[in-house]
Unconditional design. Structure first.
Length: 119
């Protein structure tokens, strides 16, 4: 099991930028990909972005494409989500997740970090 801890959330204004961080730890880090999800009040949790641990291949959800960049630091065992031009509809709890193999479930989750964007 991988332990994930997010940080970097906060209250910002529309148009601002924010960088979320996710620190991973485990006795043996067995990760194929890490991802960010978000859940807004009253809504289902939705996928935001994903990056593979080897190769760094990235995938983004349409609502954040072009405004966000996911990156990872293998040495630091960390994943980041840089979000620019934030909108009120980006307000949500952002979760970091990892999965151990292609096509598998995301089976490790962080506790989440709140991002609030005011208009």
């Amino acid at each position: 099991q991988v332990q994930l801890v997010e940080s970097g959330g906060g209250l910002v204004q529309a148009g601002d930028s924010l960088r979320l961080s996710c620190a991973a730890s485990a006795r043996t880090l067995n990760v194929y990909a890490m991802a960010w999800f978000r859940q807004a009040p009253g809504k289902e949790r939705e996928f935001v972005a994903r990056i593979t641990w080897i190769g760094g291949y990235r995938t983004y959800a349409d609502p954040v494409k072009g405004r966000s960049t996911i990156s990872r630091d293998n040495a630091e065992k960390a994943v980041y989500l840089q979000m620019n031009s934030l909108k009120p509809e980006d307000t949500a709890v952002y979760y970091c997740a990892s999965r151990a193999r292609p096509g598998g479930e995301y089976d490790s989750w962080g506790q989440g970090t709140q991002v609030t964007v005011s208009s």
